[in-house]
Design a protein around this ligand. Structure first.
Ligand code: ACO
Ligand code: ZN
Length: 281
């Protein structure tokens, strides 16, 4: 999707260095004034502090003792780990992450108080440390039943299934909280594609198993997906009829199979037995 570059507004930072990657940025991010004269920034991949010069980063790397995000490792499966970072306990890390993420998020205002958020940072780990591939943020308390505020897969890791993994993870947390959830709006084009893909795959699998004999409420209870999101997904798949003032699911097995074939890859699965987590109090 090259149009990202066309839509880019005033872009101060054109590239960043992060771990072993040099990444071209997509959008403006409101870095503090002292960084306004630079076009490239050097990030420490572990604490996410950013610097103007490579030599500063090299000096920093010699004394930075982090090898993974701060906070608790709440999930580990093979080389994949998820860390939960409390924005109140790790304010600077939370702010750094927001500056970094805004470089790839257009419509989001990320200037909120990081205190109010938890950050779920997904990493690929090896003997050098845990390397961030993406993250999502979540309000500690959401009036609107949002279970995800912002989601990002860093560009070198995109289109490998990490986005759907992060989305699946956000719903697994909602299940543990015994709540339904929905992502904060608006969604970006790529955000909507990823959510639509996730919702479609999850709902089709259940409909197939239950041969279509299931209600939207039951689907919502099983998946923690909000009823409105289920309805819009099934409507787009033309699996909903409106009868006697009610939306009913009409899942013809042939139609289900056709949709299942067309649905994207399942992506990386969340193994819930490896999630060790209790809801935020
Ligand atoms: N072109 C077309 N379709 C795409 C593309 C692309 N470049 N990237 C993702 N998709 C679609 C595909 O349908 C894909 O499923 P498939 O591979 O089975 O066909 C689906 O999205 C998900 O792909 P993943 O590999 O699981 O997702 P990825 O790791 O690439 O992350 C994400 C998706 C997080 C949206 C990523 O594109 C991103 O970080 N974008 C920039 C930030 C952003 O827009 N975030 C969402 C904002 S909305 C919000 O935060 C609430
Ligand atoms: Zn560091």
């Amino acid at each position: 999707l090259r149009e990202h570059e066309e839509f880019t507004k005033v872009k101060n930072i054109a590239t960043i260095e992060l771990g072993r990657y040099e990444i071209d940025t997509w959008y403006f991010s409101p870095f503090p004034p002292e960084y306004h004269d630079c076009t490239k920034l050097f990030f420490c991949e572990f604490c996410l502090n950013f610097m103007k010069r490579k030599e500063q980063l090299q000096r920093h790397m010699r004394k930075c003792d982090l090898k993974h995000p701060p906070g608790d490792e709440i999930y580990r499966n093979g080389t994949l780990s998820m860390f939960e970072v409390d924005g109140k306990k790790n304010k600077v890390y939370g702010q750094n992450l927001c500056y970094l993420a805004k470089l790839f998020l257009d419509h989001k205002t990320l200037y909120y108080d990081v205190d109010l958020f938890l950050f779920y940072v997904l990493c690929e780990c090896d003997d050098r440390g845990c390397h961030m591939v993406g993250y999502f943020s979540k309000e500690k308390h959401s009036e609107e039943s949002y279970n995800l505020a912002c989601i990002l897969t860093l560009p070198p890791y995109q289109r490998k299934g990490y986005g759907k993994f992060l989305i699946a993870f956000s719903y697994e947390l909602s299940k543990k909280e015994a709540k339904v959830g929905t992502p904060e709006r608006p969604l970006s084009d790529l955000g909507l594609l990823s959510y639509r893909g996730y919702w479609t795959r999850v709902l089709l699998d259940i409909l197939k198993k239950h041969k279509g004999n299931i209600s939207i409420k039951e689907l919502s209870d099983m998946t923690a997906i909000k009823a409105e999101d289920i309805l819009s997904t099934l409507q787009s798949l033309e699996l909903i009829q409106y009868r006697k003032g009610q939306h009913v699911i009409c899942a013809d097995p042939k139609v289900l199979d056709r949709h299942l074939k067309a649905a994207g890859r399942g992506g990386l699965d969340v193994d819930v037995s490896k999630l060790i987590w209790t809801p935020y109090k």
